[in-house]
Design a protein around this ligand. Sequence first.
Ligand code: NAD
Length: 492
Amino acid sequence: MSGSLERPFDHVIGGTETPGARGEHASVKNPATNADLARVAVGHADDARHAMEAAQAAFDGSWWANDDGGRRMRALVKLAGILESRVEEFALLETLNMGKTLKESRGDMGFVVRTIEYVAGLADKIEGETIPVPGARLDYTIREPLGVTVHIAPWNYPLLLAVRGVAPALAAGNAVVLKPASLTPLTAIAFARLAKESGIPDGILNVVSGSGGEVGETLINDSRCRSVSFTGSGDVGRRIAELAARRTIPATLELGGKSPVVVFPDADIDRAARGIAFGIFGNAGQMCWAGSRLIVHRAVHAALVEKVAKLAAATRLGAGSEPTSEMGPLVSAEHLGKVAEYVDSARSEGGTVVTGGAKVTTESLGNGNFYAPTIVDGAAPEAKAVREEIFGPVLMVHPFDTTDEAIRLANATEFGLFAALWTKDIATAHTVARRLEAGIVSVNEAPVTFPQTPFGGFKGSGLGFEQGSEVVRQYTRRKNVVLNLSVPKPKA
Ligand code: NAD
C-alpha cells in the first residue's frame, strides 16, 4: 500500500508533508462499503497560499526551470520508474478510494506511467525558431516556462487526470500546485511523496487538498498563478474561466459530455455491443466521454439493444478490490442519488427501462453505492436524462432511419467531447466522422486514448486540449528577441 492507511494523507508543500495551518483532518470513504478509509488534511486558503509561495520559491531558486531540459527528463523518467515499480499499491489505493475495479485502476496507473515517460521525452525538445526579418538583424523566439501552474482534478480518474495536467507542466520547467477532488485525494498525495526520491527539487510538485470553492479559488486568484488546467464539470469550469479571465491567465478546460455512439446497419453488431457496453458501463459510467446515447439504425435496433442488455445483466458488480468484480460502485451515496433521479426522470419522460434502473440492495453490496447497469429506450430527445450528463452506468437509446437523422441526433447536444461510430463502410466512416461535432471520434472502437493523442472537447465540453505532442508547449510562453547586427560606419 502507498503509505499505510493509518498514516494521515497530509498536504505536500515544499517537499514536506504538513497537516496545514489549522491541523484539521477529515475522513474519505470506501464507496464499496461507505466505511471510513483514511484521514486527509483539510486545506484552507492559508494552505493554498503557502503552496503557491513554496512553488514560486522553488521555481525561482532551484535548477528545475533553468537547467537543460535533459535533467528534467531524467528526473521525470525516474519518477515514472518508481511509480511503475509500485503500480499494484497505487492501483489498490485508487480502487479503495474511488471504487473502480483493480483492473481499471491498473490500466489507469499504466497510463500515468506512460504519460510521464512521454512528456519526459519532450522536456529537452522545447525549441524556438529563427525568423527571417529585413535588414541586418537576427530574430529568434525562446520558449520559457510560465512559472507556477495550478491544476484542479476531478474524482473519476483521480491520479490519471491529475498527472495528465501536471506532467507536461513539469516537463516544461514549471512548478506546480495540484488540488485533487475532495472525495479522492489519496493517490495524488501518495504520488507527490515520490517527488523527492525522483530528484525533483522540493517545492516543484505540491499537492494541497481541500474544497474547490476555498482552496481551488485561492490558488487561481493568487497573483503567482500563471495558468490553470481544470478537469471537471461545466459549471465549475465556466467559473474557473471567469476567474482566469479576470487575471488574464490561460485556462485549459476539460469538461463533461453526452457522447453519441452511432451504429449503422452494416456494423459488426457483436463487436459493437461489446464496445458500447465497455463505453458506458466501464468505470461504472463515470467517464467524461462515456458513450451515453446509443443512436442505432432501426433495422438493428432491437437486436443490438438485446445484446447490450444481456451484457449489462451479466456484469458482475462488486467491490473493486475483489478480483471477480467487473463493475465497482459509484463514487458516493450522493452521486448514486443523482443517477437514480435521472433514471426516474427518464421513466416519467417516456423512457422504458430495458434493464437495471435500481440501486443494488443485496446483503453483500447493499451498504455500498452500487447501481445496476441500465438501458433506457425511447425517452424523448428533449428529456432531461437525454440532454444532461448523468455520469453513471445509464445508456439512453434512440433509433434512426437516415444518416442525416443520425447526425442531427448525435450533434443535438450542448457537448462535443467524444463520438463513436460503427460501420464497415469506409466512406460512411470518413464522412460521418467529419460531420460529428466532437473533439475525439472513434470508428469501430470503444473509447480509447493514448498520451500521444490530443484529448479535448468542442462546444460545452471544454477549451484547449490535453495530451499529444503540443501539450508541453502549452505550458510555455513565447518570447521574441530581435538583435540589430549592423556595424556602424566608421566616422569620416
Ligand atoms: P467538479 O467540477 O465538481 O470538481 C472538479 C474539481 O474542481 C474538484 O477538485 C473540485 O474540488 C474543484 N472545484 C469545485 N469548485 C471549484 C471552484 N469554484 N474553483 C476551483 N475548483 C473548484 O467535477 P467532479 O464531480 O469532480 O467530476 C465530474 C465531472 O468532470 C463530470 O462533468 C465529467 O464529465 C468531468 N470530466 C471531464 C473530463 C475531460 O477530460 N473532459 C474527464 C473527467 C471528468
